[in-house]
Design a protein around this ligand. Structure first.
Ligand code: PLP
Ligand SMILES: N[C@@H](CCOP(=O)(O)O)C(=O)O
Length: 461
């Protein structure tokens, strides 16, 4: 299996090369050259299998011969061994036709653990084989950062720098990033929003002297391996609910578009997905784009769903690449226009997007009301991000069963949850002393030169 860039002008890579590279050298994102297909029989055979077996069967064709079967299975098994639920991604019924896919049973309590725990294992195997060390820089609005730190803390082969927007993550999220004691972990509180952090990260990748000098690697969903690992739970959920014999819809709380893009890949592989519903908060650029055909950036408003406070939604580029019939030059042109404030989506591409995606939005007030009403009706305590999904999903219920992705544990956002329903969710046992631990964090302005100097200094180059 080979990987090509969405901007059509970067080397074609293997799975392992794409995983270790992060951003393509033309600024684009790697995608598989072809999407492997699963037949109805292949999909039916997944029903009732352990999550690890489903992960292996779904991911293997994308990985090719970069990892042997036993290496891949070993990585998968180790990755999910620490999850606090035997099903890994259990389904809970919210209503007659509405189910919640709980993706927060991993070590850092967010869906990011599904991919990050796995790529931590795959990075270790690949780097050990190559005898290489890398510098991982990640941008986060809260959850990617803590998951990456958890997956890579203490490894000799990787230094991890996590840029988060100062004051714009929850206190639990911040402490998850600032309290690990391992010397290879560097939490950086940056001036600006998540978009500022992500733009800084992409600028670092686009500076080849720096990129090659520090052996830069990325673990945001710009990394294809992140998206791939997230494809798996669409298969596990859909087959539990009767796929391939009936269609299933999914609603996904969305920011950087990685999670819902994984659903789109599942559909392209043959999983009978009816609708993929993009659920946004007040920062509703994707909802507006699907509705109007204009992707116009605005300011980013802080909300009670900080992980989704994103305007420059990185993986939307991957969806556009397909919607523009894989025309890399067209995508490069749109991404250039986005830097000037926005772009229009052609009628053909918009139709192609609308063939798969619906969208909706939830204000903070609606999100709080949803936490409150679903707790009263079902006893399920929703994190605010998951509540955005549930609210939007309820507006899109149809004939096929709807699955809403519960992307984080409510205890990561205790203030918002308490304000909504009057009860403060408790952190699990292994994080119970989080507020007693010492924090270690470096505050930085939005200055690329200073950031590059800091990284170089810390890795002592
Ligand atoms: C809790 C939570 N929900 C939803 C999202 C949005 O996911 P994505 O960025 O893949 O669209 C994020 C951030 O990624 C998140 O941390
Ligand atoms: N919400 C994310 C933003 C980064 O997303 P990623 O999937 O591209 O890593 C976060 O929690 O950091």
């Amino acid at each position: 299996m080979k990987y090509i860039s969405t901007r059509g002008n970067a080397p074609v890579l293997s799975f392992e090369e794409a995983m270790l590279s992060g951003l393509a050298r033309d600024g684009g994102l790697y995608v598989p050259q072809n999407i492997p297909q699963m037949s109805a029989n292949d999909i039916a055979a997944l029903a009732g299998q352990p999550y690890e077996e489903i992960a292996f069967r779904v991911m293997k064709p994308f990985v090719g011969d970069c990892f042997s079967d036993s290496e891949l299975m070993d990585a998968i098994t180790t990755a999910y061994a620490s999850f606090g639920h035997a099903a890994r991604a259990p389904l809970v019924q919210l209503g007659p036709n509405h189910h919640l896919l709980e993706l927060f049973h991993g070590p850092t309590l967010a869906f990011k653990d599904f991919a990050m725990q796995l790529i931590g294992q795959l990075f270790q195997k690949a780097l050990a084989r190559r005898g290489e060390q890398v510098t991982i820089v990640g941008a986060t609005s809260g959850d990617t950062g803590s998951a990456a730190i958890e997956a890579f803390r203490g490894l000799d082969a990787a230094n991890v720098f996590i840029l988060f927007p100062n004051g714009r993550v929850s206190e639990v999220q911040r402490r998850q990033m600032t309290t690990p004691v391992e010397a290879n972990v560097h939490a950086i509180a940056m001036e600006g929003t998540f978009d500022t952090c992500q733009a800084m990260l992409k600028d670092m990748f686009n500076d080849f002297e720096f990129r090659d000098g520090v052996k830069l690697a990325g673990v945001n969903s710009i990394n294809w391996a992140r998206v791939l690992a997230q494809v798996v739970y669409y298969f596990s959920a859909a087959t539990s609910l009767g796929a391939p014999h009936r269609k299933i819809s999914f609603t996904v709380p969305t920011g950087n578009f990685g999670d819902i893009f994984a659903g789109y890949i599942a559909k392209r592989m043959g999983l009978p997905i009816d609708r993929l519903v993009i659920a946004t908060n007040r920062n509703d650029i994707l909802h507006r784009a699907i509705n109007t055909g204009r992707y116009d950036t605005d300011q980013v408003f802080p909300t009670i769903t900080p992980s989704m406070d994103i305007e420059v939604s990185s993986n939307f580029e991957r969806a556009l690449f397909d919607a523009y019939d894989r025309d890399g030059a067209a995508v490069a042109q749109l991404m250039g226009e986005m830097k000037q404030g926005g772009f229009g989506i052609s009628q053909g591409a918009l139709q192609a997007l609308r063939a798969h995606f619906d969208s909706g939005r939830s204000s903070d007030e609606q999100t709080s009301a949803t936490i409150q009403s679903f707790f009263a009706a079902t006893g399920e305590v929703l994190c605010p991000h998951s509540a955005v999904g549930v609210k939007v999903a309820e507006e899109h219920l149809g004939s096929s069963p709807m699955v809403t992705l519960a992307t984080a544990h409510p205890a990561k956002f205790p203030d918002a949850v308490e304000a909504a329903m009057g009860l403060r969710p408790a952190l699990p046992r292994w994080l119970a002393d989080l507020f007693d631990r010492d924090e270690r964090v470096t505050e930085m302005p939005n200055d690329l030169q200073l950031m590059k100097s800091l990284v170089r200094e810390r890795i002592a180059l």
